[in-house]
Design a protein around this ligand. Sequence first.
Ligand code: ZN
Length: 438
Amino acid sequence: MKAVVAERIWRDGSFEPGLAVVVDGTTIADIVPQGSFGTDVEVEDWGRVAIVPGTVNAHGHAFQSLLRGFAADRPFPSWRDEVLYPFSERLDGDAVYTGALFAFAESLLAGATTTVDFFYLNDGDNENAGRVVRAAQEIGIGLVLARTFYDEDAPTSAPKRYREDPVDAAARCRDLHARHAADPLIDVHPAPHSLHAASPETIRMALDLARDLDVPCHLHLAEASYERDQVVERYLTTPVRLLEREGLLDERLVAIHAVWLDEGEMDLLAGHDVGVVHCPGANAFLGDGIAPVPELLRRGVRVALGPDGGCANDRQSVFDEMRMASLAAKARLVDGGALDAPTAFDMGTRAGADLLRQPVGVLEAGRRADLVALDLDDLSLHPLPMLERNVVHSMQATAVKRVMVAGEVVVEDGCLTRIAMDEIRRRVTETTSGWKRP
Ligand SMILES: [Zn+2]
């Protein structure tokens, strides 16, 4: 056992001095006053830092980091049809692995210790998903692989490699879950892509599997206005009402985006305890709008945060999404008090862990020892009496000094400890060499 001593430690919504985090292997054993340890505890003094729980990225697509910049500054149809679809056809297994290393490196360096990869370059098997898992295991980040179900006959122009028979997708998702059941840092959840790419029947199969595996089920929902219009045209009702009609609103459901909702749909999400992942950076970047987060929170909806894919944001920092969530709500409601820093911080930590059902996101006994040390000498955190607010609104990435996942330090002074940053740079350069912006 070791005791990590720091100048301040995040506890119950504020920073407290004089505490230490006692770590037993991969887990937090206790939070105790400094100096109260037994002789069997090795003391590790982290110095002038504030320790917060590792942040939780509840939605992303790791391979998209390779497409960053190529897809920027376009309306959504051009983003998807000229870059996302054709460029994602270029990625072989090695490139999928490189994209995952790249995205996970940036996530860890930004203080995210758990990340979701909503993965759909499946090619009809689990080989590529396995490469994403390997990247996470090598770099040392906690991963939820949300394995996509994308219908063969979905009325989109998406590449064939995304598509599968839903019965096959369910069997493969079950296999992948079983294959990694023994690794506490890897979880696998079913993820029907969206209402434009998965039929209600497919979503039902995915939800049934989620119940069977006792895990959440991820679904893109009401992201863009055109998507809402398509659902109304095809099913003669709105996205959330369609899910209600089909009996698919469920407390296991994790609805990604939830931008285009009316009041009645918000009530339905709350009534069925559906979770929401807010992606304010990506929703702004793609011109999709701003989700009604304060209205959802007021109804008791659980809301977490996700940066989304690396070519749709274009950053991979949950701390940045906390700030974006706060600013977007203030701007939309013309109210500087619309969503405060402590609420945004909670969304990016505890709420994300709760939604994903991972034992992280809070510094307390029994949770995984995922710690982020913030450098109290970094000017962006000053004045220090306002640290709780400054972590969300003013902190720069330079403040993230050390990151621990499951008791192991995986980032030290802005560098990964397990994989050379040069190797990732080399791989990304090689993979994208010769690519041109269409
Ligand atoms: Zn997404």
